[in-house]
Design a protein around this ligand. Sequence first.
Ligand SMILES: NC(=O)C1=CN([C@@H]2O[C@H](COP(=O)(O)OP(=O)(O)OC[C@H]3O[C@@H](n4cnc5c(N)ncnc54)[C@H](OP(=O)(O)O)[C@@H]3O)[C@@H](O)[C@H]2O)[C@@H](O)CC1
Ligand SMILES: Nc1ncnc2c1ncn2[C@@H]1O[C@H](COP(=O)(O)OP(=O)(O)O)[C@@H](O)[C@H]1O
Ligand SMILES: [K+]
Length: 478
Amino acid sequence: MSAMTRRAATPSELLSPTEMAEADRLAGNGPALMEAAGAAVARAIRSRFRPLPVLVLAGPGHNGGDGYVAARHLERAGWDVAVAPLAPPNGDAAGAAAHWRGPIRPFAPASLARAGLVVDAVFGAGLSRPVDGQVAETLCAIRTPIVAVDVPSGVDGATGAVRGLARQAALTVTFFRLKPGHLLLPGRDLCGETVLAEIGLPEAVLDRIGPRSFRNGPGLWRLPQPDTATHKHSRGHVTMLSSDALSGAALLAARGARRAGAGLVTLACESENAARAHRMAEPGALTLTGDWPEALLEDGRREVFCAGPGLPPDATTRGTVAALLAAGKRLVLDAGALTAFAGHPDRLHGAAILTPHMAEFARLFGEVGKDRLEAARRAAAQSGAVILLKGSDTVIAAPDGRAAINDNAPAWLATGGTGDVLAGIAAALLAQGMPPFEAACAAAWLQGEAAQRAGPGMIAEDLPPQIHATFLHVAALI
Ligand SMILES: NC(=O)C1=CN([C@@H]2O[C@H](COP(=O)(O)OP(=O)(O)OC[C@H]3O[C@@H](n4cnc5c(N)ncnc54)[C@H](OP(=O)(O)O)[C@@H]3O)[C@@H](O)[C@H]2O)[C@@H](O)CC1
Ligand SMILES: Nc1ncnc2c1ncn2[C@@H]1O[C@H](COP(=O)(O)OP(=O)(O)O)[C@@H](O)[C@H]1O
Ligand SMILES: [K+]
């Protein structure tokens, strides 16, 4: 995990390359920003590497301009630096290039021979087509550590996807605000350590831009705070639908919900046998038996339901979910309750949160494709529900266009049942009054944090006991 991903103070707004260009335009002092950006790159390099022969690969745009400035700062600090321009610099980059008096080398693999470190200042926000030809050939020939300016060339700052080719950077220095591509995969991995540098761009430009994408974290939501007037009924009641065949999934979700603060959690069971087993495994949970949906709707105080973990994607599940939606219940839907509606996301209108993994998403909305952020946004608009698209770069999108990218989930979360716990946490936060987008964001972050605490080798059962410690951690962060 990079240093950036553990730093809670990173501002949460994310800017697409287009929004970043708009910020640049609104600020209206391109040369000064370029000077600050290049200086920040040189600073980051000097604080991490001993002096080495450096080759700066400079593209024709502002990314290349930052490279020329970084070259000048490193040379002034006594480093051995050369610049290899891809093409004559344009715009503000021409000014930065004019101040470079050091060696110029051809933009070709042969120029890499003497370098101990390469600064990749070829393309940043202006990447407009796949990297190929001479650029691909030269990038491929690099055998030294790479420091990328803004993003590794070839990484799409909006999506994190690779266009043509991109090389693994040891360090990426970006400016003002992170871009989605710094958090979405594979971009996040390719960046290596990511440093966000302040370059004097006024925060006020954000008021004009109105960012709609965020890095998920405690600054984005507030957890429910019980107080002296709180009692278990006022803290939210989650009803978890459980199938006899895969009853463990609902049990995991119920544990997640209880640990995430739901005052009451009921496991709605198909049979008395299953209910008995649940009562033994989870003494603090209530159980309910009886035909669905009638038994579920009998008590009008049940408002929040979580359905899907362990449920078959069949007509009974479809009918139950439809009845709950028709009754105006607030629903978190996962797994079988999503697949039951394959090809018909419109029938899920009224649901609060859908938590598909990639395959479940594809069954409902079509393939995710290379732009997870856009895919989740489109699905949210189509279904009217908050979409929590699971993965190591989980994306949460609201029908109103807001979206957050989660980057605190360790790879060892990839084990059966952790998604069930997540659905339970989301339902509990919803039941405690959090709006769906905030509840989904907080659930994803708490799940990631709980997994960090549980450590490698954890299993889904290890997550719920970590949740209360993550609540304390959130309180300490805000
Ligand atoms: N915004 C800010 O606040 C600040 C931004 N800053 C910096 O500005 C950077 C953005 O600069 P930018 O807009 O000039 O774009 P940049 O990435 O240099 O590339 C454009 C050039 O590359 C070319 N080109 C693209 N893809 C290509 C390909 N595959 N193969 C070949 N050519 C390709 C493209 O050609 P065209 O598409 O025009 O044909 C054009 O000539 C940003 O990343 C950051 O480093 C800082 O200075 C501080 C403040
Ligand atoms: N490589 C990974 N890194 C981090 N988190 C992951 C990774 N793979 C999966 N996850 C997370 O693990 C959980 C798995 O959920 P899911 O696929 O629904 O499994 P299950 O249905 O068995 O609970 C999700 O929260 C997902 O975001
Ligand atoms: K770059």
